[in-house]
Design a protein around this ligand. Structure first.
Ligand SMILES: *Cc1c(COP(=O)(O)O)cnc(C)c1O
Length: 428
């Protein structure tokens, strides 16, 4: 049995390629260390991280406070399973429910698991509270959604790469266009057996699609009218990323007394993951009020690792960092600075079509076919210039740095990005 020590990027890439399933196509960068907004590769080159592990690392890499919480708890107690109580879970449950304004939380590990959990709760509520006839409950979802990779979740994906040849698919989902209130109204009116509407407040993986300002509030009102649960998947948009604690901003504890996001849209089921742990550990959660969460009873759902002491301690620390460092406010202010700087560049650009986003969840659309390789080549060039970003859907590049980035660092990054883009402009 061999245990290889990695000395070069090439070596690491070759090993992963040989021994790992090819379910990702990473940029050719092999990372070894991270701190705050920075990453270092095995050759010692330093980068700005503009992906933040798909917005899991909002609090920055190896945040000292979150790291310490992990170390302290790992040295005491890591895992008991939920067959017993542990001394960390209750305090975490109190913290997360008070932070987001819900009665109860159900702890899981990954985002996909939390989405699955929300779907199960919604279906059960549909049968036990709304009295939908057995096995007839339906959930409305949006086109171009991304909610994870399980068999049920990919059953209602509109991305053939995620779905093809994984059937038979889970039934009971109705797909409508995103940001389309008439389509939602029609779907709700045409079927009395709808349990829930599952929606991302901003579609992140689809390329940072920001809906109309009134979309979520109107969707909320329609769900209430038709007695349908609104499930907000804030796995990517939540935890300060978009300039508010939540993109739906329901009862949010923004750093300002008054919230500048979508006013008071409170979902019935809130799904969180990613930055809930600052990227330190897989921690996800579903939050709901008692009348919804109480359909879950012992034995009906669970997870060996969900709610374990390390996860609980890490998540408390991660949420405290968001508050103490006012990351929502930072994301809001710096996001505006980022988009206006990029917009100035785009006004004179042929290669970039537009910039869009909210807070520090932004994307640019490259003037190329979705099957083209310009965006990929730009990301490779950006990595050479010391900034890591990844294309999504071919011609879109998402820019989502850790929210601990300073104004000075952001300006340096804007400079790297615009200089790199300039090299791709047509010469004439
Ligand atoms: C990343 C993501 C998920 C899935 O989270 P995993 O931890 O990868 O399972 C679900 N929903 C949204 C909106 C996401 O961005």
């Amino acid at each position: 049995m061999t245990r290889t020590t990695i000395n070069s990027s090439q070596e690491a890439i070759a090993l992963e390629s040989k021994y790992g399933a090819h379910n990702y196509h990473p940029l050719p960068v092999v990372l070894k260390e991270g701190s705050g907004v920075y990453l270092w590769d095995v050759e010692g080159k330093k980068y700005y991280d503009f992906l933040s592990a798909y917005s899991a690392v909002n609090q920055g890499h190896s945040h000292p406070k979150i790291t310490q919480a992990l170390i302290d708890q790992a040295q005491k107690l890591a895992l008991t399973s939920r067959a017993f109580y542990n001394d960390q879970l209750g305090a975490y449950e109190q913290k997360i429910t008070q932070t987001f304004g819900f009665d109860k939380v159900l702890p899981m590990n990954t985002g996909a698991e939390a989405v699955e959990t929300a779907l199960k709760i919604a279906r059960r509520w549909g049968y036990r509270v709304k009295m939908i006839p057995a096995n007839q409950a339906k959930v409305i979802v949006c086109a171009n959604n991304f909610h994870g990779r399980t068999t049920t979740i990919i059953s209602f994906s509109s991305d053939p790469t995620a779905q093809k040849d994984f059937g038979p698919y889970t039934e009971g989902f109705i797909q409508i266009p995103y940001n389309d209130i008439p389509a939602l109204a029609q779907a709700l009116e045409s079927d009395p057996h709808i349990a829930a509407f599952l929606v991302e407040p901003i579609q992140g993986e689809a390329g940072v699609f920001v809906p109309d300002p009134s979309y979520l509030a109107q969707a909320r009102a329609l769900c209430t009218k038709h007695r349908v649960l609104m499930i907000a998947d804030e796995v990517q948009t939540g935890i300060a990323r978009t300039g508010n604690l939540l993109a739906t901003c329901g009862n949010c504890t923004c750093v300002e007394a008054h919230c500048s996001g979508t006013p008071e849209v409170k979902p019935d089921l809130l799904v969180l993951g990613k930055a809930l742990s600052g990227g330190m550990y897989p921690v996800s959660a579903v939050l709901a009020q008692n009348e919804v969460m109480d359909v879950i009873e012992p034995g009906s759902h669970g997870s060996t690792f969900g709610g374990n002491p390390i996860a609980a301690a890490v998540a408390v620390a991660a949420l405290e960092v968001v508050e103490q460092e006012q990351l929502a406010l930072k994301a809001r202010v710096l996001g505006e600075r980022f988009r206006s700087s990029l917009q100035r560049y785009i006004d004179g650009s042929k290669i970039v079509r537009l910039v869009r986003g909210r807070g520090l969840l932004n994307a640019i659309v490259i003037n190329d076919h979705p099957d083209g390789d310009t965006a990929w080549n730009i990301c490779v060039a950006l990595s050479h210039a010391g900034l890591l970003a990844k294309p999504t859907h071919g011609n879109i590049i998402r820019f989502a740095p850790p929210l601990v980035i300073t104004e000075e660092q952001l300006d340096e990054c804007i400079d790297i990005i615009t200089r790199t883009l300039s090299a791709f402009e047509p010469k004439s």
